[in-house]
Design a protein around this ligand. Structure first.
Ligand SMILES: [Zn+2]
Length: 116
């Protein structure tokens, strides 16, 4: 995935600065509340991109059945645990259509290839 352009990076920084001010205002000097707001918001933004852990677990189970317990790349048996969901297009998210369940070795190779 390409990095943000400099103008877009500046927009993202401005959004982050605005959010920090709002978190400070909402927590009104309560450090514990400020910490909780930041953690809660960070998790929800992560869920926006990756879905919840429960969603990904169900998707893994679904893909394992659909792929007859075989890695979608090397076609060897998937490990009991440690199989990994690979997004064909990262921006398209964790959907049935956009993911393949891979053994850890094939997933590491796919991730390395995506960075070339
Ligand atoms: Zn494999």
């Amino acid at each position: 995935m390409p990095e943000l352009s400099e103008p877009d990076r500046l927009k993202a920084r401005a959004l982050l600065d605005d959010l920090r001010v709002k978190i400070d205002e909402a927590s009104a000097g309560d450090e514990a509340l400020r910490f909780q707001f930041k953690r809660y918001i960070a998790k929800r933004l992560e869920f926006d991109e990756r879905g919840t852990p429960t969603h990904r677990k169900r998707l893994k189970e679904q893909k394992r059945i659909a792929q007859n317990n075989l890695c979608a790349s090397c076609e060897e048996d998937l490990p009991e645990s440690g199989a990994e969901l690979h997004r064909v297009r990262a921006i398209a998210g964790y959907t049935v259509e956009n993911t393949r369940l891979l053994c850890p070795r094939c997933h590491a190779n796919a991730e390395a290839l995506a960075k070339l």
